[in-house]
Design a protein around this ligand. Structure first.
Ligand SMILES: [Zn+2]
Length: 268
């Protein structure tokens, strides 16, 4: 119904795959503004824009993701995007909230270099970008699990200055809790406020493209997905839209596994 009142639907939803499903039934363009712990592609565009502006390129970037990598949807989307441009990833998190296997499988398949780490200090000299994330209380079903990992990574002037590369930038999708001390805010490494501000032109560009007011001049990289309908295959992710709406049972068949079309999780 919302499509009757609007030209574009920007959808933020707690169910994984909700935007993808909405795009199938809506005549208007749907922009995924975050679907549960799954993806946040519009954030990724402004992250890429910020990296390009500040570092000068997005190819072959060395980036460390720190914090909640399991539920951190911005991390999932940015990893997928940067895969297209080479680079090297450092995933820094406690074991219980490390980067999901369905993402590392894809990185393995594409021959990408990545490292699973539990501390950020030893790799500060390696990376161009330090991408901090908030450990999100609302993603945890068990508060005990949250308490075990909250506040585990905290950066400040003491832990960063003169310990990283001169050009290293700190990004964060915001809001922060206590993972970035405010004493870093006035340093040259702190790019997170500029990053948030870059969301304005990036999203304007997205609307212009979606409304057909501008045409993209960027070369398109078509990724062929083998989508099949499996009537008897059920996605095991309890937060997937397939359990809430009358979707078709679509799966994406890759050489290294079968994945849910909507939430991207592997179906074993
Ligand atoms: Zn699913």
């Amino acid at each position: 119904m919302v499509e009757a009142y609007s030209d574009i639907i920007v959808m933020r939803h707690y169910i994984e795959g909700a935007a993808k499903f909405a795009s199938e039934i809506s005549k208007n363009p749907v922009i995924n503004a975050g679907d549960g712990a799954n993806e946040h592609p519009s954030q990724t565009l402004l992250d890429l824009f910020t990296i390009k502006k500040e570092i000068g390129r997005i190819e072959n970037i060395k980036i460390a993701f720190v914090g909640d990598l399991k539920y951190g949807r911005t991390v999932h989307s940015l990893t997928k995007a940067l895969e297209m441009f080479g680079g090297e990833f450092y995933f820094v998190a406690p074991e219980s909230i490390q980067i999901p296997e369905y993402i590392t499988k894809e990185l393995d398949e594409k021959g990408m270099k990545y490292h699973i780490c539990s501390e950020y200090e030893p790799i500060l000299k390696e990376v161009d970008v330090l991408y901090m994330t908030r450990i999100q209380r609302e993603r945890f079903d068990d508060i005990e699990e949250y308490n075990k990992v909250s506040g585990v990574y905290k950066i400040s002037k003491d832990t960063i200055l003169n310990k990283c590369q001169e050009h290293m930038i700190i990004l964060h999708p915001l809001p922060r809790v206590d993972e970035i001390n405010i004493d870093l805010d006035d340093t040259k490494h702190a790019l997170y406020f500029k990053q948030a501000a870059n969301g304005v032109p990036t999203r304007e560009a997205m609307y212009a493209l979606a409304l057909g007011l501008k045409n993209s001049t960027a070369p398109r990289k078509e990724e062929k997905e083998e989508v099949e309908e499996h009537f008897l295959t059920v996605c095991k992710n309890p937060k997937c839209v397939t359990h809430f709406e009358e979707t078709e049972n679509k799966v994406v068949v890759k050489d290294y596994g079968t994945f849910c079309y909507y939430c991207g999780k592997e179906i074993k």
